[in-house]
Design a protein around this ligand. Structure first.
Ligand SMILES: *[C@@H]1O[C@H](CO)[C@@H](O)[C@H](O)[C@H]1NC(C)=O
Ligand SMILES: *[C@@H]1O[C@H](CO)[C@@H](O)[C@H](O)[C@H]1NC(C)=O
Ligand SMILES: *[C@@H]1O[C@H](CO)[C@@H](O)[C@H](O)[C@H]1NC(C)=O
Ligand SMILES: *[C@@H]1O[C@H](CO)[C@@H](O)[C@H](O)[C@H]1NC(C)=O
Ligand SMILES: *[C@@H]1O[C@H](CO)[C@@H](O)[C@H](O)[C@H]1NC(C)=O
Ligand SMILES: *[C@@H]1O[C@H](CO)[C@@H](O)[C@H](O)[C@H]1NC(C)=O
Ligand SMILES: *[C@@H]1O[C@H](CO)[C@@H](O)[C@H](O)[C@H]1NC(C)=O
Ligand SMILES: *[C@@H]1O[C@H](CO)[C@@H](O)[C@H](O)[C@H]1NC(C)=O
Ligand SMILES: *[C@@H]1O[C@H](CO)[C@@H](O)[C@H](O)[C@H]1NC(C)=O
Ligand SMILES: *[C@@H]1O[C@H](CO)[C@@H](O)[C@H](O)[C@H]1NC(C)=O
Length: 823
């Protein structure tokens, strides 16, 4: 049972600003009592109350803290004029609010993403409060938020809900269904002419062309749309909105004034855009004035439908999803959907500080913002299959996001996979970095392959009932693996030369894509082919399985055994650029690390000739998840492998801000030193990840960082497209995963849990032995998928001895291709 003290700790958290919720915890038997697994002593019934949406909302995290359903299309949130407003919001209160827009992404780089159709309230306008004096442009209208005594802005959020108080004394609240947002504006009593602006042109990057706008003076309905530039690619897209208004607790009647506006000039009575202005003015929209509620508070609801098809569809979506403008029921339905999803993973918070519990559920929450369910909103073709968008980018998410979905959310995973296959069927290749219905720039290889591989390895038996066609899935994988696209910057791979040579040479200039990132692409193509071999084997395609497993071994073609780190002759052997004739070029292993003497960045740039993307050769020299045993051998054996890992951490080559480093802390497992993995992974969390607004060291990258942190706190790390999860120890005495797709629950119990060590160092957290349903496991270092598939109780015996091992016998180390694993 939980102690009263633990109750108190959690109660403090529940009342924190980001949650206005009732009790999250109930000491009760699990409601899944029909299942055989032992229930947790505590059931977290309202995990939404433990989610802090503001983590990483300043200093470059680019996290979206607004309101959305799990994988919802509508992501309604506040937009600020900060430089880091890729997801609209910035938690630094010095930045002004420019509006409340309907669609966003989470944690991306690139330009501001989807900050479309801002609504903005005026309590009054100018000195005279006349319609024409309203400063309607972004710069004219922008307003600060109220600031609390502690210096933070007066903003609050919980899953499915966001609110703020503006310096104009207007309170703004937001919630959403899948394709529709509803806003609630509460005006001050002094507001005689409450007004609302609808901006149809500002997307945060001033890319608008071809706007249309219509105002219905009788109902106040505003419909419109424009074309915009995608955030991270050459493509453009068109989007539409439909905004309706209603009073809360009073009858709004028709607007008392209406008109369009151009920059800071509202034009009374005008009901559509003057096309002659459109060509040279880039800020346009509609403005409405309403009667205040003379009998009480003036609260006006704005229901904002969105569509990528047409304004009519935006209206239809809104009417269907929020017919009665019931803000509170939309909010509570969103919260229940989040609670159902988040509650599938239960942690026992006893003896764990509330910050860690909050970090876990907040990270899990961010795993489910993207990709987004745009079903019915694909402007490019009609299909009855689901359509998902905002894959931004697979390069970020293939490592941890989908393997986390496998553990508790097979149904959404299946829908995403169906959407990906459908895109391949219509466009030829799987989506990689699709956003706003456009192809965006690929960061590395074809990383959709390990995502489909992950799905099929985990759910091949359920695929048919989840309506995923195994044949179509395999065909889609083969397109990436075999067919060179017209432009590999946007889809597919530079596959012809990959097939003929077995690496991407740095001196062959093909014209259908950028000749850059050749080494990191080689490594990722090899891993993509590994994923395909895994699928082929399950499907009984033995020769394909062998063929792609062999191609998965091509990583070795860019391994130069003689390259050393300047000043460290003992660190020898490195992934390096290689010419077509087989000789190697040289890229300084420190390149684009914090220790790079040239301080290069390795971001996407056609001029980069170094061969690597967003990480150093030292980091990429660890990226062979399919064959780490071979890496250990190449690096000179276990002892040298460990000392190289230590070097990466001691000298800060490990890069906590970027995905290629994510597996590195767990790689001591492969040198039979799992205690070092456990300690290092805990140190990484302690040092770099926390619940403050700057608690993310880099971009969240569509939940890639969120899912990574959730895994680390769960004491697991996935090897995508395999049956294995690397095992550490959870930050909780117990964690359980309920998987509705399989109808099973797996509980991991940490016997001897005595709390989490300060800074992640030492502690009674090392795994001495593992039993699965009472039977001693062959390995302390990984769990087979089978454990989760059938639903098991896993018990870890903890010790404070860091020198634990994976075990003695064959099969104690996690599998690798070259040692016969994965068959
Ligand atoms: C926000 O707006 C206020 C009032 O217009 C202005 O004084 C301030 O400089 C703005 N802040 C930023 C960061 O632009
Ligand atoms: C805004 O003001 C309202 C009314 O005073 C208050 O209830 C609320 O907590 C404030 N903060 C937010 C973020 O809504
Ligand atoms: C004003 O509010 C009172 C009490 O809620 C109600 O009886 C009355 O009908 C309202 N008047 C109008 C004009 O809405
Ligand atoms: C989809 O079907 C609708 C209704 O038949 C049609 O109007 C529309 O043009 C189709 N869209 C595409 C992209 O084919
Ligand atoms: C699979 O497709 C069938 C037939 O269209 C449908 O009845 C069923 O609901 C679908 N199942 C899932 C999980 O989508
Ligand atoms: C590495 O060095 C050895 C010994 O000097 C040499 O035989 C070998 O060709 C070198 N390999 C490469 C790839 O340069
Ligand atoms: C291999 O190719 C590189 C770059 O094209 C060239 O500089 C080098 O001389 C070639 N080496 C041999 C042995 O042909
Ligand atoms: C070899 O590497 C250097 C350093 O990155 C680079 O400047 C040069 O262009 C490369 N050579 C070729 C042929 O790619
Ligand atoms: C929280 O994490 C950020 C990002 O890694 C870091 O800069 C900051 O120092 C951390 N704060 C605390 C209190 O640990
Ligand atoms: C670790 O924690 C101790 C005790 O709180 C503190 O004194 C020390 O500075 C921390 N070390 C690091 C590297 O954060």
């Amino acid at each position: 049972m939980r102690s009263p003290h633990a109750w108190q700790t959690l109660a403090v958290l529940l009342l924190s600003r980001v949650s206005a919720s009732p009790l999250a915890l109930r000491t009760s038997p699990t409601p899944r009592s029909s299942e055989t697994n032992a229930p947790s002593s505590v059931f977290i019934s309202d995990p939404a109350s433990l989610v802090n949406l503001f983590i990483g909302t300043t200093n470059g995290g680019h996290v979206f803290p607004g309101a959305t359903l799990p994988h919802g299309m509508a992501k309604v949130g506040m937009d600020t004029d900060s430089p880091g407003n890729q997801a609209g919001y910035d938690a630094d209160p010095q930045f002004n609010v420019t509006g409340f827009s309907q669609l966003h992404d989470d944690g991306t780089g690139g330009g501001v993403s989807l900050s479309l159709f801002k609504v903005f309230p005026f309590a009054s306008c100018g000195d005279t409060d006349e319609f024409e004096t309203c400063a309607t442009s972004v710069n004219g209208r922008k307003t600060l938020r109220k600031v609390l005594a502690n210096g933070s802005p007066d903003d609050a959020a919980e899953p499915g809900y966001f609110s703020t108080n503006l310096s104009t004394d207007i309170r703004v609240e937001l919630t959403a269904t899948r394709r529709t947002a509803i806003h609630r504006y509460t005006f001050p009593d002094s507001s005689v002419n409450p007004r609302l602006v609808v901006d149809i042109t500002d997307d945060g990057q001033q890319s608008m062309t071809d706007p249309v706008l219509t105002i219905d003076p009788d109902t106040g309905r505003i419909t419109g749309g424009s074309s915009f530039e995608a955030s991270f690619g050459p493509g453009r897209y068109r989007a539409y909105t439909c905004v309706d208004f209603q009073g809360q607790g009073f009858t709004l009647d028709q607007p008392t004034e209406h008109g369009t506006w151009l920059q800071d000039a509202p034009i009374k009575q005008s009901v559509s855009l003057h096309q002659q202005y459109v060509s040279f003015l880039n800020q346009l929209g509609g403005l409405l004035t309403f009667n205040p509620n003379l009998n009480g508070t003036t609260t006006i609801l704005a229901r904002v439908g969105v569509s990528f098809i047409s304004p009519e569809q935006a209206c239809a979506n809104a009417e269907e999803e929020i017919p009665d403008f019931d803000f509170d029921s939309v909010r509570s339905s969103a919260r229940s959907q989040w609670n159902e999803l988040l509650g599938r993973i239960q942690v026992d918070p006893q003896g764990v500080d509330s910050e860690t519990v909050s970090l876990f559920y907040s990270s899990l929450y961010r795993t489910h913002i993207s990709p987004a369910d745009y079903t019915g909103e694909n402007p490019k073709w009609n299909s009855s299959e689901p359509y998902y968008d905002s894959f931004y980018c697979n390069w970020d998410t293939f490592r941890t996001l989908y393997p986390l979905m496998s553990l508790h959310d097979g149904a959404n995973f299946a829908r995403i996979v169906r959407g990906m296959i459908n895109i391949q069927q219509h466009e030829g290749w799987l989506p990689e970095c699709r956003g706003a219905t456009a192809k965006q720039y690929i960061q590395g290889g074809s990383n959709g392959d390990p995502i489909l591989g992950e799905f099929f390895v985990k759910f091949s038996e359920q695929a048919a009932s989840l309506n995923v066609s195994a044949d179509d899935l395999y065909t889609a994988l083969l397109a990436d693996a075999e067919d060179q696209p017209p432009n590999w910057d946007l889809e597919g791979r530079q596959v012809n030369i990959w097939k003929s040579l077995g690496w991407i040479p740095s001196d062959v200039w093909e014209s259908s894509g950028t000749n850059t990132k050749q080494v990191s692409r080689t490594l990722e193509y090899a891993f993509g082919d590994f994923a395909i071999s895994q699928v082929a084997k399950i499907m009984g395609k033995k020769s394909d399985g062998d063929k792609y497993a062999q191609r998965a071994g091509n990583f070795i073609n860019v391994w130069n055994p003689n390259t050393t780190v300047p000043g460290r002759p003992d660190i020898v052997g490195m992934m390096q650029p290689r010419f077509e004739n087989g000789t190697f070029n040289f890229t300084d292993p420190r390149h684009c690390s914090v220790n790079d003497p040239l301080q290069s960045t390795c971001f996407l740039d056609a001029r980069n000739v170094d061969g690597f993307y967003e990480s150093s050769p030292l980091v990429y020299s660890q990226f062979v998840p399919q064959d780490i045993a071979k890496l250990v051998e190449l690096q000179g054996g276990s002892e040298k492998f460990i000392s190289r890992l230590n070097f990466l951490f001691d000298e800060h080559y490990f890069d906590e801000t970027d995905e290629p480093s994510q597996q590195i802390p767990f790689m001591y497992h492969y040198a039979n030193a799992p205690g070092l993995s456990i300690q290092t992974s805990r140190q990484v969390i302690s040092q770099f990840f926390n619940t403050s607004v700057n608690g993310l060291p880099g971009n969240d990258d569509s939940g890639a960082m969120g899912s990574y942190v959730a895994f680390y706190l769960a004491g697991l790390y996935p090897v995508p497209a395999t049956q294995q999860y690397l095992l550490g120890s959870p930050w909780f005495p117990q964690i359980s995963f309920h998987n509705p797709t399989l109808g099973t629950t797996t509980t991991i119990k940490a016997n001897g849990f005595r709390g989490n060590p300060v800074n992640g160092t030492g502690g009674n957290v090392f795994v001495k032995s593992v039993t699965i349903d009472g039977v001693l496991s062959k390995s302390n270092c990984f769990l087979e998928w089978d454990v989760f598939q059938k639903g098991s109780t896993v018990e870890l015996e903890l010790t404070d001895d860091i020198s634990v091992t994976c075990g003695e016998g064959d099969g104690a180390l996690p599998p690798s291709l070259s040692t016969g694993g994965f068959d």
